[in-house]
Design a protein. Structure first.
Length: 96
């Protein structure tokens, strides 16, 4: 994230490029939050609810992509990643 007052920050906050640990930490948070939410939402293991949630994720992504003005290739890659992430989180949520 670009910060105007970066020079006054301490530690890694003053660098323009995040550290690998910062990126991994944010990914871990995303994974943990998504799994916790999926466990709550999909507690009944309802396949129709899962399909509806999956469609909602894709619809929301398309709306966000339109605002971001991504290329078509980047949109496709991000949507594929989102579905892989969704399926992995769903599998993990249903395992417990």
């Amino acid at each position: 994230m670009l910060l105007i007052d970066r020079d006054f920050k301490r530690g890694g906050e003053r660098f323009a490029i995040p550290s690998q640990g910062e990126v991994e930490g944010k990914l871990a948070v995303t994974e943990i939050v998504s799994i916790a939410c999926l466990r709550e939402v999909l507690g009944s293991k309802d396949d129709l609810a899962t399909a509806k949630l999956r469609r909602k994720v894709l619809r929301t992504l398309r709306q966000r992509f339109a605002l971001m003005k991504l290329t078509r290739e980047d949109e496709i890659a991000a949507a594929e990643y989102a579905l892989e992430f969704f399926d992995a989180a769903l599998e993990e949520a249903r395992r417990h």
